[in-house]
Design a protein around this ligand. Structure first.
Ligand code: FE2
Length: 258
């Protein structure tokens, strides 16, 4: 396992204005290669992003059954994949992280608190990964699981299950905590610029993206001025069925889907 200090340059969530002018220009022009990919079986979004100059890129939340699709796209676009980013240890599908790593040489990144043995990099809150001319800033956002991590790239956040469009991930298994999730979303993600684009790991209604401002205004669980007590009450009364694949998916994902 590679040491995190050798791979990640320390920064902070508030250091959003420290890019070089070149990077700023690129970000302002929204020139990053960006693809939102979907798995119809598990309603999972994966995201492929790359710097158009160096072609260095990342793949967020891959799905094992979609690895061939993703590798084909990576090859077609000439992307040199640097990192496979996982927002958390998924319970609903098996990640394609290890397959992608073996095929491309990319390193697998998980939030440090996830304690995933197969990870090459255990990312800590406030760190950043350098990828070509852009950065991936690490925001630890526990609550759905204790290792949940949001990846902040340019004016986009990839929130996994901690913040969904008009909703959020459940908090009743995998070390989930409504109290902790409320803090992660309201004190970290809702403090980002209002026009920050929100890209979740799933959507079950056909939505593709949102913004921080929309979620503050319209999220039925966490927005509209909901207090922590109101949120905890909502989460305590969801009465959800156990995910079908959890007993298979979680152990497999602790091995990066190998
Ligand atoms: Fe999840």
């Amino acid at each position: 396992m590679l040491g995190i200090s050798a791979k990640i340059k320390a920064t902070s969530i508030n250091d959003l204005g420290t890019n070089t002018q070149k990077e700023k220009n690129m970000c302002a022009n929204n020139n990053l290669i960006f693809r939102q990919l979907f798995d119809y079986d598990t309603w999972t979004y994966s995201y492929l992003l790359a710097d158009p100059i160096s072609k260095a890129g990342v793949l967020i939340d891959s799905v094992k059954e979609k690895v061939d699709r993703d590798l084909k796209l990576i090859e077609e676009l000439g992307i040199k994949l640097k990192y496979v980013l996982e927002t958390h240890v998924h319970a609903d599908h098996i990640t394609g992280a290890n397959d992608i790593r073996q095929a491309t040489g990319a390193e697998v990144v998980y939030g440090a608190a996830a304690k995933v043995p197969c990870a090459d990099i255990n990312a800590e809150d406030g760190n950043a990964l350098e990828v070509g001319h852009f950065q991936v800033k690490i925001i630890s956002t526990p609550g759905h699981t204790d290792g949940c991590t949001t990846y902040h790239i340019d004016d986009m956040i990839f929130t996994g299950d901690v913040l969904l469009i008009r909703g959020c991930g459940r908090t009743d298994f995998q070390q989930g905590s409504a109290d902790v999730l409320y803090h992660s979303v309201t004190q970290k993600l809702f403090k980002l610029p209002l026009d920050t684009k929100v890209y979740p790991a799933h959507d079950y209604k056909g939505n593709e993206m949102s913004t921080v401002e929309e979620e503050i205004n319209f999220n039925a669980r966490l927005g509209k001025g909901k207090t922590k007590e109101m949120f905890i009450d909502i989460m305590d009364n969801l009465n959800l069925a156990k995910p079908k694949r959890i007993d298979v998916a979680v152990p497999a994902n602790m091995k990066c889907g190998a």
